[in-house]
Design a protein around this ligand. Sequence first.
Ligand SMILES: [Zn+2]
Length: 306
Amino acid sequence: MKIAAFLSCSALFMATLASAVAPDDPNKIDTCVMPGVVAYTFDDGPGAYNDQLLAILAKKNVKATFFVLGEMIDENAAQAGALKKMLDAGHQLASHTYSHSNLDNMTDEKREQEMTSTSDLIFKHAGVRPRYMRAPEGSCAEACTKFMTSKGLVISHWNVDTNDWRFTGEDPQVATENSMKAIDDVVIAKSDPKTDSFILLQHEIHKFSVDFLADRVIDAILKKGYRFVTMEECVGEKAYLDGSVLPSASTSASVSGGATSSPTATVSGTGVPDKSKDVNSAGTAVMAGWTTTLALGAAALCMSML
Ligand SMILES: [Zn+2]
């Protein structure tokens, strides 16, 4: 978990920087198809604070989307059980790959392992196969994009980032204030619910982020006049691959196709470039493209594999 968390921290910051300068790519969703909504997304779980976060979301009547890691699901039964809780509470389950490795630095065969093993785990524990995926580091260049879209997957980016992982070493209240800065600057000060929408990135594996930040974010965004939605509603594409919601796990073999029955054994331990060393302190990037609203309507569906 610590490795995953560390990698995710560095990766997401790099991705945020990259997203601020990269041209819009219609295959990478970073805003919703309608104004006035915010898709609240939590990456890198299911983590130790998942139950607490679910309670906060329930209290606020907010539905979120969780981009989970196969590695985290595998770590223990409690985290695996979290998937069903999230689904039953009305949240959306989505894939963040198995090992949080950079998808651009691997072959299609390896990409398939990453996605299929995670899909298998989510299906095993919650009975669904996510259609939405988020690339670690936000890195999914041409070959990766081609692969993901060929599987009918929606590549999910974001356009506002709490950067919460950056502040984990600080006092929780200070960290909360720092993480709120992007929300205040971008969503509260400069946006208009009549024209704008957001995909908001946060993490469920950092204590202060659940203890304090989630409440603050929700209250501020609701006060501004936005409505929280899942990625499914934000993008307008179905949350799960067709035919994946089956009555029992016993039918999983017919859905998973050629997927291995023990996916966890094959995908761990992949080397990941530690880009955190390249991260500088110019952490001002928050916005990715505002205008990309295209969903992956034409994406081919290859449900036999994922
Ligand atoms: Zn991540």
